[in-house]
Ligand binder design. Structure first.
Ligand SMILES: [Zn+2]
Length: 136
């Protein structure tokens, strides 16, 4: 999760702290995927829980930006959709000609993440995300 959070930060994400907002906080990555923010003096400020991170749409947008996820994808298969916005109705992804819907790439991947989190485990969902991170 640390790798993923760092990529999201590189894409412009900032944790929205409740208490630590006005302070220069230092981020520490916890093994469970959460963030611990401390002041520069090392004083404890706030735990930023992993569940809060993965429910933040700004986190997903920043991650999508950093990973190059497409603006519009098929909601069934994730294939990029390149038609103009005026024709974004139904029926033009080859996976399902009759009921295809478009959505943002970050929404598609966030929903995939939550599906795996709910049906398998948080760790499996993180493993899935790691497969999407561009190799440096
Ligand atoms: Zn499709």
């Amino acid at each position: 999760m640390e790798t993923i959070i760092k990529v999201a930060i590189s894409g412009g994400w900032k944790p929205q702290y409740e208490k630590a907002t006005e302070l220069n906080s230092v981020i520490h990555f916890c093994e469970d995927g959460s963030i611990l923010a401390t002041g520069e003096n090392g004083k404890f400020l706030e735990v930023y829980d992993k569940s809060k991170i993965v429910l933040d749409h700004l986190f997903w947008q920043a991650l999508g930006k950093a990973c190059g996820w497409k603006d519009l994808v098929c909601s069934f298969c994730g294939t990029e959709i390149t038609r103009p916005a005026s024709s974004l109705d139904d029926g033009w992804c080859r996976c399902d000609m009759k009921s295809t819907k478009a959505q943002n790439g970050w929404e598609y991947q966030a929903l995939k993440f939550h599906e795996i989190n709910l049906t398998e485990s948080f760790e499996k969902a993180v493993e899935y995300l790691l497969t999407l991170i561009p190799k440096a």
